[in-house]
Design a protein around this ligand. Sequence first.
Ligand code: CA
Length: 275
Amino acid sequence: MTESSSQGLAADPGNIDPMSFSGEYLAERPPMAVPAKQNEEAKQLRILLVEDDALLGDGIRAGLKLADYAADWVRDGETARLALADHDYDACVLDLGLPKKDGLAVLKELRARGSTLPVLILTARDTHADKIGGLDAGADDYLTKPFDLGELQARLRALIRRAAGAATPTLEHAGVRLDPASKRVTRDGQPVTLSAREYALLRDLLTHKSQLRTRAQLEDSLYAWGAEVESNTVEVYIHHLRKKLGSEFIRTVRGFGYQLGEKAGRETDDGEAPG
Ligand code: CA
């Protein structure tokens, strides 16, 4: 099967139900229409797409965006290697036949340095030997072209959910709980409504609990490459999170960045301590 046979599929938004991928934390999203700008706001999980076929790559990236992923698209194995070394991704969709460096070589190198990043191989090579080779090299899943975009998204969700850890799927700190599978956030058992960027920031901080996170690292968790980054964006969303989760929940480490605090603290920056 040629790669071009699946291009129509991937590029057709009729194959995607955007609402089925919207998290419930997106309270600001209108219930019906999903305008481009709103969808930009929905970015959170970050996927590296490695695909050298221009039309197919474009279609997959469009589908990933509709499913609320931040997708970085690179077209050769060497750029993929650099991207994987430099950025934190939640999953990688990896073609095998690539210029400069073969997809399998990229995968083997990734695993050799101990990365457990979920990798879904996407390729026109559909022999059993190819599949076994891919899985042996450390792939978590395998999809043969042509494929259904909905199936790709479902498999990605499963991979990311599995990677989040079946035993302890929930991230927790100082009474704040974040469930990556349902994207629900609670504070002392009460639901907290977060925007997509607030959620992405909180998820980063909880994932790197007890570590100091620089502003650059937090920006990295908010945006895919090429997205507009305002200079005070992280500060603005940290401010929002403190209002919702307590002023002492996130500590500012002057000159370095941010870290989770010992406790949730007061309700808002300027309010009285409750009780
Ligand atoms: Ca290819």
